[in-house]
Design a protein. Structure first.
Length: 386
């Protein structure tokens, strides 16, 4: 950690103690400054002339098979992928795009332990980040059938670090709820810009918007970054009509004339991804490198895509979920539907791991993307808006 980041980190911790929100101002050169601002504003900033780079960490699946040698080694490998790409690309911001943990594989009461591990490469570097939930983040533990054969249940660490909780709680494998995971992330680390969205959108939780501003106060916002919870785990895989209404009224409220570009992040592709998916090889106008499986879309479409396609300010949607897909395709010539790239060693599939990068340049606005692999290779560069 550089001295500046260390100071930034200390300042942020202080601000947390005194109830301020951190406004993190990182520039292309890695220079960092901090200003104070009262909640609820959480602003990301970019210098005029500079660009703002976002790394998407998709499907990390921490905590798989924690009782074997294989599982923990996968988490070590995932940390390596993230650390390598963070050092190589030096992004200004990271999005954890869901399936951060494989909760149905976590035989301890509290999955935040694994969540913290997944976040650690980013927070240790003092890089702000935000997260959305996937379908594996809040599931209860699924008991492996082998544990009921002669080998029996392996010795589990079923007590949490907190020894004050009673035995029943320690061996409660019912899963950690979305709200518990999110509240823990927000409270434990001042670099988290995540929010546990409006209560009336329950059971979906990761619904919020972050503003990317210009450090020149007389300039309008550079972009709005929207985060939505696409469900799964403890409830159906869907973006609800209520979430759609929330997006509609929020975007009208803060960007009524659609002047500011909007970029959207969630975990499970909507059914619209089926409509644009390439057949066999990826061909223009789609750009990507692997098209190895069928789109595993949400269970229903409750109206969000219609709202998105009607807003000229919506430039692109980014999802994870399908580990064998990494393409971007245009949707109705209005916006781009993009996959990230499977970043984690957890989860199915052995396709090489990588990270999708998204770069926003203000004035004139442009949105660029590419994929950085764990061996350093870069591919699938594309300009999504200019
Ligand atoms: C889970 O553990 C974290 C520490 O890693 C703690 O802050 C949090 O309160 C715990 N959550 C629950 C629901 O026990
Ligand atoms: C800030 O923006 C205003 C309005 O566009 C412009 O006139 C001014 O030159 C900008 N200042 C800097 C330092 O870029």
């Amino acid at each position: 950690m550089s001295l500046k980041r260390l100071i930034l980190s200390l300042l942020c911790q202080l601000m947390l103690i005194f109830g301020f929100e951190a406004v993190v101002n990182r520039h292309g050169g890695g220079r960092s400054t901090v200003a104070l601002r009262m909640p609820p504003a959480k602003h990301l900033q970019v210098e005029p002339g500079a660009s703002f780079k976002i790394a998407l960490f998709a499907d990390l699946h921490f905590g798989e098979n924690a009782w074997t040698d294989w599982g923990p080694q996968q988490d070590v490998n995932s940390i390596k992928v993230m650390s390598f790409v963070l050092d190589k690309e030096n992004p200004d911001f990271v999005v954890y795009l869901g399936d951060v943990v494989t909760a149905n594989n976590v035989p301890i009461a509290n999955a935040s332990l694994y969540w913290d591990q997944a976040i650690s490469p980013t927070s240790a570097r003092g890089i702000p980040y935000a997260s959305v939930f996937g379908n594996h983040d809040d599931a209860p533990f699924v008991w492996p059938i082998e544990w009921f054969s002669a080998t029996g249940v392996p010795p589990l660490r079923c007590s949490s670090a907190d020894s004050s909780s009673n035995d029943n709680d320690e061996c409660n494998f019912l899963g950690t709820t979305r709200l518990e995971l999110m509240k823990h992330e927000i409270a434990s680390d001042s670099f988290s810009l995540s929010e546990d969205g409006p209560r009336y959108l329950w059971p979906s939780v990761s619904n919020y918007v972050l503003q990317l501003s210009s450090s020149n106060n007389s300039q309008p916002p550079v972009a709005f970054l929207y985060f939505l919870d696409s469900g799964g785990g403890s409830y159906p895989e869907v973006i609800s009509s209520a979430q759609t209404q929330w997006f509609k009224s929020k975007s009208l409220e803060i960007n009524s004339d659609s002047r500011v570009p909007e970029i959207i992040f969630w975990h499970i592709p909507s059914k619209a991804y089926n409509e644009v998916a390439p057949w066999f090889a990826i061909h223009k106008p789609c750009v990507g490198s692997i098209n190895k499986e069928k789109v595993a879309a949400q269970e229903a479409e409750m109206g969000l895509m219609k709202i998105l396609e009607e807003r000229t300010s919506v430039k692109a949607v980014f999802v994870g979920h399908n580990h064998g897909l990494d393409w971007c395709c245009p949707y109705k010539n209005k916006l781009w539907l993009c996959y990230a790239r499977h970043t984690g060693y957890g989860g199915y599939g052995n396709w090489a791991r990588g990270v999708r990068l998204v770069e926003i340049t203000p004035q004139p606005f442009s949105l660029k993307s590419w994929i950085r692999m764990e061996d350093g290779a870069v591919h699938s560069e594309i300009i999504l808006s200019s």
